[in-house]
Design a protein around this ligand. Sequence first.
Ligand code: CAO
Length: 415
Amino acid sequence: MSKALEGVRILDFTHVQSGPTCTQLLAWFGADVIKVEKAGEGDATRGQLRDIPDADSLYFTMLNHNKRSITLDTKNPKGKEVLVTLIKQCDVMVENFAPGALDRMGFSWERIQEINPRIILASVKGFGPGPYVDCKVYENVAQCAGGAASTTGFDDGPPMVTGAQIGDSGTGLHLALGIVTALFQREKTGRGQKVLAAMQDAVLNLCRVKLRDQQRLERTGELKEYPQYPEIGFGEAVPRAGNSSGGGQPGSILKCKGWQKDPNAYIYFITQAAVWPAICKVIDEEGWITDPHFATPTARLPHLKMIFDRIEEWTKTKTKFEAMDILNKFDIPCGPILSMKEIAEDESLRATGTVVEVEHPTRGKYLTVGNPIKLSDSPTDVTRSPLLGEHTVEVMAQMGYNDEQIAQLRAERVI
Ligand code: CAO
């Protein structure tokens, strides 16, 4: 079966996590992704957090599936010539170097356009234009600057970062959408364009509901669904809401049977208004269905802590999976807190290709997360990440270099 992005060639100048997640998605949709790496070194993540000596790390392999790897010294004049050839023959160039690195290499946007007016140049940077435009940025810096850390954690604790890589992988997703949109526009205009996804902006986009709450707080002085209401009160900025739901339906994480020994014996429980009578029946508090203190969502807001304490008395008598089974019969929205071990062993995630086992020549079998976006006419086959420079000769030949030229560039350590 054909793939959605078949025929699209990507010059992948990305490294670490944010850029590679973007180009991996494009590769899964069928684009030919040529990853350019420094000869001898490669992407720094190849050697980071290694679990097997001398084998590419899981950090690298899990972010670079379905790509080809070439090595090229882009600071060498002959390497720059090769790069010009690559730019001429690619549709998209993706990079996430530190600000200014591409210009210092001699490849400004103006120069790139001159070489290939149809090319799309897509970049991840930490910040957009402004006071921090020149800063190098990693994941947690973006989480802090994008509003995630100040709104995550508990009220009596410090700001907190989340394990979900919203700064890196989140920005990669945003960039991928920018790229396919620019490709779509190029169909009509014939022109390439510059695409920028700043990590601060991407995190803020994912924290949109907290900017909503900031404005609600400024207007009304309180956020009634937050755990600070009514006892603790509010300051000037949106506070950390612990595990309270971010939406209009109050929710919380509650202990389940075995919580004393199992750090993940918990369930997320949402008191959706539509199923309030069912919740009352399940926890044996049928009087709450008509009691004016509990009967409506507004009446319940000042009592949420007491309500969740009572529901927890019930959830503590069930395992998280038993509770799921019972609650789902009544359409009560809830979800088990799954450990990474449970997710790795989940058969349904494997059946859909969301968790995939991949064979690698130096590390053997490993698990990875497959393409979370499923297209009915463009299925994803996850293939292993490339070894450093595995496709240098193949790609150079495809670009029109003959064996002698390739051997010469090799001898001069350009490739
Ligand atoms: N041949 C020769 N030189 C190469 C090359 C190649 N194939 N590929 C890259 N280089 C050079 C670059 O030109 C740059 O050189 P100069 O600094 O002399 O101009 C150099 O390698 C290093 O690039 P860098 O500054 O991007 O790398 P770093 O490890 O110092 O910084 C990072 C890493 C991520 C902090 C920085 O790239 C960055 O801020 N990127 C933008 C934001 C981003 O994507 N962050 C997420 C990273 S994932 O957590």
